[in-house]
Ligand binder design. Structure first.
Ligand code: PRP
Length: 182
């Protein structure tokens, strides 16, 4: 239990559901990359928790890189204007990139990121996202591996924040409105 649990109105995806789904996604990825080593590209900061569990659930080796992108907007919605805050540390031409995202909301960040990474001449680019909000999509993106489709509401936990907090919760939940209203 965390003191942050008191701020959560409802649990939407439990810790054990997340871990079970990660094991299923990892088995699919292991099979699809049987003859290749995926380069996991984590999108900071939200994907850190998912990426560390996913990498350890894979039975085959992978390597890791991180990018940080910022979409301008309020703390709870995206605007679609993306800039790179931290770029990859190496040339990824010829690599089999697997972008690791915690959530696809409007799809604007991912759409921009796919174009950006494809321009670097990788051998392949695919996406694994723990969460997706089908009703919030503004830019359709091809996502090969999805953990859970969820309703279009603001969620926190398991990497997702509100004002930089709640990323360390092991589950996905909905915040009490009193938290927003101070
Ligand atoms: C979140 C999330 C995705 C993006 C999804 O990141 O991790 O990268 O928003 O939104 P979109 O589909 O509407 O573009 P955020 O910018 O909140 O940064 P963070 O991971 O550091 O919290």
């Amino acid at each position: 239990m965390s003191v942050l649990d008191d701020d959560i109105e409802a649990t939407l995806v439990t810790s054990s559901e997340i871990q079970q789904r990660i094991a299923e996604l990892a088995a699919k990825i292991d099979a699809d990359y049987a003859d290749r080593e995926p380069l996991l590209v984590g999108v900071l900061k939200g994907a850190v928790i998912f990426m560390s569990d996913l990498a350890r659930a894979l039975s085959r080796p992978s390597t890791m890189e991180f990018m940080a992108c910022s979409s301008y907007g309020s703390s709870t919605t995206s605007s679609g204007v993306v800039r790179i805050l931290k770029d990859l540390d190496r040339d990824v031409s010829g690599c089999d990139i697997l972008i690791v995202e915690d959530i696809i909301d409007s799809g604007l960040t991912l759409s921009w990121l796919l174009k950006n990474l494809q321009a670097r001449h990788p051998a392949s680019v695919e996406v694994v996202a723990l969460l997706r909000k089908p009703d919030a999509i503004k830019m359709p993106v091809n996502v090969k591996y999805v953990g859970f489709d969820i309703a279009n509401e603001f969620v926190v936990g398991y990497g997702l924040d509100y004002a930089e907090r709640y990323r360390d919760l092991p589950y996905i939940g909905r915040l009490k409105s009193s938290v927003y209203q101070g």
